[in-house]
Design a protein around this ligand. Sequence first.
Ligand code: NDP
Length: 257
Amino acid sequence: MDARRFPSFRLDGKVALVTGGSRGIGLAMACALAVHGANVVIASRKAVDLKKATEDVAGQGISLSWVQADVTDKESVQHMVNCVVEQHGRLDILVNNAGMNIRKPLIDIEEYDWNQVLDTNLKGIFLVGQAAAKQMIQQRSGKIINISSIFGGVGMPFQTSYAASKGGINQLTKVWASELAPYNINVNAIAPAYIRTPMTSAWLEDEERYRDIVKSTMLNRVGEPEDVAGPVVFLASDAANYITGHILYVDGGWTAK
Ligand code: NDP
């Protein structure tokens, strides 16, 4: 054993793209990557939110840049990846995070709802992953981190389209890991349980539901966006070089219970 060969958790000089980085889990992950040394670009649909997010975190000494993009639109996705590469010369880390949810009982789901969720959460992940992989294959290195959910593996009411999209993400994480391994590209997923963000805040306001969620969680609390920061830095770093095709549950023990 040679301790000098232990890999680093630092990300200095790496270039990262975080989709859905204007708020919630995406913004926390983007900040964590930047604090660990990466040059980070955040992307989402609303320029005004992206601008505000970068200004807010600048107050804490965190520097992010941004590009407007809609992950459901192939041209917009290619433009986003081109901007990152033009600005920084490469793309080392993709955090494929943009997502949404429409919670409804099975019998009430409209085709429009299904399409919205699947287009954003699954087609979006595919389009962004494909565009990033083309760049990473040229570089012969990269880290792709897809943001899944415990509902990719756990059955819960009212999550039909969301669970289908996240189950799909788990599968394409494994397929991409196998396909991209020869190019030194690691592909992993993070699967959080409930994290308090704009996506979940209204859902968590129901006191009975909130109590049930906390009761299902070994660590006895709902997660915060910062709880996903450590796992994403780890998977993006050289410390995770021998990990690929893995789904890392960040769930306070929910799925183990
Ligand atoms: P938020 O609603 O807080 O943030 C979602 C982000 O995605 C925003 O930046 C939003 O910006 C962006 N976004 C949505 N649609 C698109 C699109 N078509 N193109 C580009 N960007 C888009 O959600 P969370 O932070 O809670 O969730 C982030 C990820 O984590 C999602 O994939 C979610 O499924 C996953 N997750 C969340 C959990 C939770 O409990 N919060 C638990 C498990 C997983 P804009 O609308 O301006 O485009």
